[in-house]
Design a protein around this ligand. Sequence first.
Ligand code: SF4
Ligand code: SF4
Length: 348
Amino acid sequence: MAADARSAAKLSPETALAQGRWVKLICGASNQDLPAITDLCTVFGAAGVHCIDVAADPAVVQAARVGLDWLSAKGLESPWLMVSLSDGRDVHFRKAWFDPAQCPSDCPRPCQTVCPADAISMQGAVNAQRCYGCGRCLPACPRGLIEEHDHHVSLADVSRLLAELSPDAVEIHTAPGREEAFDGVVGALASADVPLRRLAVSCGLEGHGWTTRQLSRELWQRYRSLRRFGFRPLWQLDGRPMSGDVGAGTARSAVQLWRVMRSLAPPGPLQLAGGTNASTLGYLAPTDRPAGIAFGGVARRLMMPLLQEAQLRGVSLRAWPEGWDEAVQQARTLIQPWRNRPLSSFNC
Ligand code: SF4
Ligand code: SF4
């Protein structure tokens, strides 16, 4: 075990995938909180993630690169930078909106209370940069004032944007019946001629009314599309989207989905996401070997108090030594159990 932990210390992303030790940080497909994104990249990069997944937005990618360059300058491993796209409407690519002028002055503001991103201020509207579309405020408003606005990149912009962002990897969120739209996005990515180490596909069952057989059929269709354009797949099974910070039990969905899909999915690494948190490992049997895991809401929630404290001090986390040390230590509690898993091997 000690030797495994040592060998995990310098795992390349591809080796981590092959050994079931891959860890990705999801900053949020519609999260545009730039100072927080830079800090999240530095903290979780230093804690050992292999990939950081951000919105396909030039300002966001620039903020992430500031963090990754900072890691490199410190002699630390720099993770892959992945950007997320969607082939249609998707909850990960939405933002909440309401007009605060419509709110009664005596409203106890349950929308503000439930927001995990601190995106709704006292008496204010939604801070669109911070909102990552979790949707928890939508049913919380007793007057039904909160709307969801779609925020995904249009097909016409995909190729130009990819050439501009030049990430290491891309993730496409897809849904049932969108094979043609998916093909269109993959074709646009191919035409940008940017070498990608992996093209991840994110898909789950929740909200789609699918069976696992249908999900399998859809993933095989996506696989044929990736093969046609020469991309290497990475399958992200989205158990219970954007819920990892809600409670330990949300982790069960992703593990159950992975168990069913491991024999039905196309070739390529199968990674857990959606509801993942520190409890996920506990739901896995010793023989269960997913290729890795992605942490989203739970990772951001973990850092929230320190990010807010740094903001109050008017500095970044990386410029506040005590806060930085504590942040990396906390991030490691989430990341290292995966990086230090016993070895296994996959056909990736
Ligand atoms: S609760 Fe979720 S959807 Fe609503 S404002 Fe906050 S982050 Fe956005
Ligand atoms: S819960 Fe509804 S009415 Fe109350 S502050 Fe929020 S958006 Fe306005």
